[in-house]
Design a binder for this molecule. Structure first.
Ligand SMILES: Nc1ncnc2c1ncn2[C@@H]1O[C@H](COP(=O)(O)OP(=O)(O)OP(=O)(O)O)[C@@H](O)[C@H]1O
Length: 339
């Protein structure tokens, strides 16, 4: 049997684990808290996230992945080990086969780091998959046919834009502008326009509640709390969705430019397929209000967000091994690195 036991979406913001036959069994923030003096891990996942900004001096809560790739190898390995064991359950002593997805722009060195960390974490076999392929499979698209599908996966740190045909990416780009950049843009906007300092969590909350990259039929308002940069005192203001649109212009334009770049490089037959089938949006960042409308307007192509944008990559990663069984080893050889 070739099928992998588990699929992991190793994201900057969160880690999801999919088990064949069970679905997504685990979804937690990719955060690790450790003791800086002894290097001992104190907490992983949701428990560690709650410690951010609330730790005593000797404890640090960190995200070991930056822009979709490993920035802290040792911590990533420990985190993977913890999640693999948690997902598999204590009773299961067999070393699992693991599929892991990474952004399409990852280098060979970065791929190798993910393979090594996953092997060290207890896998007996590792398959690396590019995020857009996993997203397409997870969304239920039959990518084995010679026809073009365009997938845009907007994560926390990276946006992967790809045209897929015959089970592989034909044109793709991975840009380092995604969901988290909208939070940063809002923090800068509040400082510039309102002389106000807001925290990362507040910025993310505003983005999710009233944040927009396209004009709403009716503007919506939210109360924002922060610190007055001139007086140092707490400050509360009413912010409108129109202002968030202004703050998000640059980040949203970078995503639109990436999409245009990929479309311009797409062979004409595949362009025609995409025009007919439309563009699929996945990833947490795709949920900002108006993303579909913005992309649809700027490309002239119908754009739809998949049903469960946060889980499709994990589901597709788990399904990948089944897919390559179907495609045969030849097709698999150029789209996967196998151990
Ligand atoms: N309802 C929402 N509205 C707007 N943004 C959201 C929403 N839900 C999640 N996000 C954003 O989605 C991003 C995380 O998405 P996701 O979990 O797909 O990323 P990831 O796979 O961990 O990251 P990457 O692919 O870059 O490694 C965060 O920036 C988060 O703020």
């Amino acid at each position: 049997m070739l099928g992998s036991d588990i699929g992991i979406d190793l994201g900057t913001a969160s880690i999801l684990v999919y088990i064949r036959g069970k679905g997504v069994v685990l979804s937690e923030p990719s955060v690790v808290a450790y003791d800086k003096d002894t290097n001992q891990i104190k907490a992983i996942g949701e428990e560690a996230r709650l410690m951010i900004g609330r730790t005593p001096g000797n404890i640090a809560a960190v995200r070991p992945l930056r822009q979709g790739v490993i920035s802290d190898y040792t911590v990533t390995e420990k985190m993977l080990k913890y999640f693999i064991h948690k997902a598999m359950g204590r009773k299961n002593l067999r070393r699992p086969r693991v599929s892991v997805c990474i952004p399409s722009g990852a280098t060979e060195v970065e791929k190798r780091a993910v393979i090594d960390a996953t092997m060290e974490a207890g896998a007996r076999d590792v398959i690396i998959i590019e995020e857009p392929i996993a997203a397409a499979l997870g969304a239920g698209i039959d990518i084995s046919k010679p026809s073009g599908n365009m997938i845009i996966d907007i994560g926390g740190g990276t946006t992967d834009i790809a045209v897929i045909s015959l089970g592989d990416t034909v044109v793709s780009t991975s840009i380092k502008v995604a969901g988290d950049d909208f939070d940063d843009a809002l923090i800068r906007y509040m400082r510039r326009k309102h002389n106000m300092l807001i925290g990362e969590r507040t910025a993310e909350d505003i983005k999710m509640s009233i944040g927009s990259v396209y004009e709403r039929p009716e503007p919506v308002m939210a109360q924002v709390r922060g610190r007055n940069l001139l007086t140092g005192m707490p400050k509360v203001i009413q912010l409108s969705s129109e202002e968030t649109q202004e703050a998000f212009t640059e980040a949203a334009s970078a995503i639109v430019a990436g999409v245009h770049q990929v479309l311009e490089q797409t062979p004409p037959e595949l362009s025609a397929d995409i025009a007919q089938r439309g563009i699929l949006l996945t990833g947490g960042g795709s949920q900002i209000y108006g993303m579909e409308e913005l992309l649809e307007e700027s490309t002239g192509i119908r754009t739809t967000t998949v049903d469960d944008p946060l889980s499709v990559v994990a589901i597709g990663t788990g399904r990948y091994a089944e897919f390559i069984e179907g495609m045969g080893e030849l097709a698999a050889a150029h789209s996967a690195v196998r151990m």
